[in-house]
Design a protein around this ligand. Structure first.
Ligand SMILES: NC(=O)C1=CN([C@@H]2O[C@H](COP(=O)(O)OP(=O)(O)OC[C@H]3O[C@@H](n4cnc5c(N)ncnc54)[C@H](OP(=O)(O)O)[C@@H]3O)[C@@H](O)[C@H]2O)C=CC1
Ligand SMILES: O=C1CO[C@H](CO)[C@@H](O)[C@@H]1O
Length: 311
């Protein structure tokens, strides 16, 4: 029997598994194989995005596991994201249907606005857009996303890379509440203020770059490679990556580590059989530098750029 991760109840009653598989830069056969391996290991939450250009591989893997009888559609929680180039309210339903076609699914569990700043739409092949930014108000985009719930194309909607002020503005104006905010979060950038704010507002934080995109050749980040981290890992009989992911879980977030290696996908899932003590949570807090890995600095002049405020 495959053992599964605990789930967290979202404000609309949906249950989201407390760890997901990230897929940014997982391409073609690697992405498909990684998602299949993850499902075999027990993952029931997969994170993709239109701009990752791998929705079709993710969908192929999920549908293969459904056909095999390993899972049913209801067992798995699929997250994908509206691209910046599709923020124009006129394009939102089109973009969502395009993601559904790519995934070969008839609904998405959670559809996130990838970033509060939109980009000019030229064509869909230009998935990353350019730094030609649009001035579409993310509230207008949000209202178009609400209609996707009405149409049954998505079960829930959420945000990504929103700051607290922007989130408050959505909460004030929305008809359908955002369920999660997916943001950069790891011991080096632990987001405690945004986590507290989100908790008060019944929004769950999904932690992206939970391992801070490690560079083993440079023994970086310190919370995976320094002597203190290694000693902590030894104390719990775990790896430093497992300590890091467990820390994020105990902060109340849902980590979505990316891997295409079956052994690391399995390693990252083995975080539900131990608990870090309060002292060791504090030992991990020390790694917080407040430095983002992904500052999206090319957009920093835009009026909806989210990272000019404290949180
Ligand atoms: N909403 C947004 O704007 C963003 C969302 N994301 C989402 O978050 C996910 C995770 O973030 P990501 O940027 O991928 O970074 P991660 O912090 O998940 O790091 C991924 C890297 O870590 C390696 N790795 C995985 N597990 C281990 C392990 N146990 N020990 C050592 N190395 C390991 C992987 O290599 P290998 O594959 O070889 O194992 C890969 O190189 C993304 O894939 C994406 O789904 C990410 C960025 C922005
Ligand atoms: O989700 C994402 C993965 O990371 C990229 C940056 O490296 C982002 O552009 C993108 O939003």
């Amino acid at each position: 029997m495959t053992s599964l991760a605990p789930t967290i109840k979202l404000s609309n009653g949906q249950h989201i598994p407390s760890i997901g598989l990230g897929t940014w830069r997982s391409r073609e056969s690697d992405a498909e194989r990684a998602v299949k391996d993850a499902i075999d290991i027990g993952y029931r939450h997969i994170d993709t995005a239109f701009v990752y250009e791998n929705e079709d591989e993710v969908g192929r893997a999920v549908n293969a596991k459904i056909a095999e009888g390993k899972i049913t559609r209801q067992d798995i929680f699929i997250v994908t994201k509206l691209a910046g180039i599709h923020h124009d309210p006129e394009l939102v339903e089109y973009a969502c249907r395009k993601s559904l076609t790519n995934l070969n699914l008839d609904y998405i569990d959670l559809y996130l606005m990838h970033f509060p700043v939109g980009q000019i739409h030229k064509d869909d092949d230009n998935v990353h857009g350019t730094l030609d930014l649009s001035d579409v108000d993310y509230l207008d985009t949000w209202r178009a996303m609400e209609k996707l719930v009405d149409l049954g194309l998505v079960r829930g909607i959420g945000l990504s890379n929103f700051n607290a002020q922007q989130t408050e503005r959505v909460l004030r104006e929305c008809r359908i509440r955002p369920l999660v905010n997916q943001v950069e979060c790891h011991p080096g950038f632990n987001q405690k203020k945004l986590i507290a704010f989100s908790k008060q507002n019944n929004i769950v934080i999904t932690a992206y770059c939970p391992l801070a995109r490690p560079k083993p050749d440079q023994q970086w980040p310190p919370f995976l490679y320094d002597a203190k981290a290694k000693n902590l890992a030894k104390k719990y009989g775990k790896t430093t990556a497992q300590i890091c992911l467990r820390y994020l879980l105990q902060l109340g977030t849902i980590p979505i580590p990316k891997s295409v290696s079956k052994s690391r996908i399995a390693e990252n899932f083995e975080i539900f059989d131990f608990e870090l003590s309060e002292d060791d949570m504090e030992n991990m807090d020390v790694y917080n530098t407040g430095q983002r890995l992904i500052p999206f600095s090319g957009m920093s002049h835009h009026k909806y750029f989210p990272f000019n405020s404290d949180f």
